[in-house]
Design a protein around this ligand. Structure first.
Ligand code: FE2
Length: 267
């Protein structure tokens, strides 16, 4: 990435290839008006331009879930979905912003040097996982909404019944998990043991399990239901299961089953 002198990205400034927090810049009296030209802003204005994460080129592009707004799902209002999608859009923008900073020159060597208590690189790496997971989990969540709900279908139904005994018991387990967690519930295919499990996260990047493929993704942050249900999460969970798109979940399950299973597949 080509950087400009005194380029400001979020709370950081890149000057002569050096990364500095804006607070530090302000303390030095070096922040001049008119220099707010950030790489993140550039990326946002050029959505076709791929961004990079830790040196690997990947494309972070906002996906269009607006059909969910007009779908008028049972128990999930258009306004609730619309506001939630705005939040998702923010995670896309922040992921791009963090990507740009992580690929800035000398980000690893800037003072304070690499340090597990505080360092710019540490903060960026932590928030990268928060922002990126915020994008991915929301896409999986919106992606498995908009269906007709009810009992699971297809091969996934068989796997769920093998794991939880029956579709009804699975639904109870899913809802109970949703009441226990503060962020997400993931029904995931574990590529280590070749089975479905429920996983819980309190934040996008808190307790994210490794080696799983998400099959059903449930957002239980308050923002997912506060407009429609206030603090009545149980009512939201009832609404969520009425709108699961089992066809989408079955496609994910079919893709997940192609992954080799076992503890030695990630050599
Ligand atoms: Fe959310």
């Amino acid at each position: 990435m080509t950087t400009k002198k005194n380029e400001i990205i979020g709370n950081y400034e890149i000057s002569e290839g050096k990364l500095t927090t804006r607070r530090e810049v302000l303390m030095m009296g070096a922040l001049a008006a008119g220099t707010l030209v950030g790489a993140a802003a550039n990326a946002a204005s050029d959505p076709a331009k791929p961004t990079t994460i830790s040196g690997a080129t990947v494309e972070i592009k906002e996906r269009d879930f607006s059909a969910l707004i007009s779908k008028k799902m049972e128990g999930l209002s258009s306004n609730q979905i619309e506001q939630h999608l705005k939040l998702y859009k923010g995670y896309v923008a922040k992921t791009k912003e963090i990507d740009a900073l992580l690929n800035a020159p000398d980000v690893i060597t800037q003072a304070p040097a690499a340090n597990a208590t505080y360092a710019p690189l540490r903060e960026l790496l932590m928030e990268q996982s928060f922002a990126l997971n915020g994008v991915v989990y929301h896409e999986l969540y919106f992606g498995n909404l908009g269906g007709t709900g009810g009992d699971p279908t297809g091969d996934l139904k068989s796997a769920i019944e093998a794991r939880w005994g029956s579709s009804a018991k699975f639904m109870d387990y899913l809802k109970a998990s949703g009441k226990c967690m503060r962020g997400w519930v993931i029904i995931g295919w574990n590529t280590r043991d070749g089975a479905l499990h429920a996983y819980g996260l309190d934040m996008h990047n808190m307790w994210s399990p490794a080696a799983i493929v998400p099959i059903v993704v449930l957002d239980v942050y308050e923002h997912a239901y506060m407009i429609d249900y206030g603090i009545n999460r149980a009512a939201y969970l009832d609404a969520f299961v009425k709108n699961i798109d089992w066809d989408v979940c079955n496609k994910r399950f079919a893709a997940a089953r192609k992954h080799p299973v076992g503890a030695d597949v990630t050599l």
